[in-house]
Structures are given as C-alpha cells and as structure tokens.
Design a protein around this ligand. Sequence first.
Ligand code: FES
Ligand code: FES
Length: 161
Amino acid sequence: MNTLELTLEVNGKQRTVTTWPAARLLDVLREDLGLTGTKEGCGEGECGACGVLLDGVLVNSCLVPAIQTQGRSVLTVEGLAADPRYAALLQAFREQGAAQCGSCTPGMLLAAAELLTSGVVPDERAVRQALAGNLCRCTGYTKIIAAVRAAAASLGGADGR
Ligand code: FES
Ligand code: FES
C-alpha cells in the first residue's frame, strides 16, 4: 500500500507522520496525531466544525488534502487553548455560555481567532461574517457572537493580541 510521509508544524511543533496519500488534513490531525479537538461534522465543507488555521488562514480541514500541508503551519484548538494570547477568547466563551454540546466550538474558536488577529474592527457584522461558515445547532449564535465581541473588547480592538 502506498504511504505518504508528511512533515508539518502543528501547534508550534514539527511533526512527521506516515499516512495514506489521499488523507485529509482532518485525518492526520485526528487519527495520526491524536488531536481530536478538531471535529468532523459534515465532511463536505459546509459546517465549519473541522476548522483550523493553516498558515494563519481559516480552512475546513475536511477539504484540505494532507499532502498540501507539507512544510506548513497548522493551529488547532489544542494549540489555541495552550496559547495565552487566546486566553481572553476562551474566557469570553465560558463567561457568555457560548458552548453547549461543543461540537462547533473548536471551529468557532479558530474562526474567531482569525478575526481577532486580522485587523478588522470586529463589530457585530464583522463577527457574523467571520463565523458565517460555522454552523451551530445549539446556541442560536447570540452567545457566541457576544463572546467574540467581548473578547475583542478585552483585547482592545481589532489587533490586540
Ligand atoms: S466537517 Fe469540515 S466543514 Fe463540516
Ligand atoms: S454548541 Fe452544539 S453545535 Fe454549537
């Protein structure tokens, strides 16, 4: 059976895995690296549950062929949770009750992280746009949007990380 040897940076650490040539980034993260914080929802690029930052840009990891991540840098929710720059975002999600079942939460957090570091002034419209690719069946979105806005405010605006 053909295999693919892949070296990439995940959450600040160089990782090498041997996987299968058609693997998706999502498969490498969850199955090869055991980073199960990244969720699979639809598997078709529609729900955002599998969102990670690839070289700082939000992607749906279910749509990214692993081979395209050779030598690149990935941030997952595990890396986000360990990074003090995102502590205010996590705290805001807790305080606002923005997570219920939690399936969408990792993708929401990564989408919010991209927004908070983008230089865009995160008013409600910008937050809604940033999260437009992330579906939540539990919260009605209000608390999630409030949490991202609270995090932005506590960070001092658009680029307060
Ligand atoms: S699992 Fe990737 S977008 Fe839904
Ligand atoms: S908290 Fe359940 S899907 Fe969003």
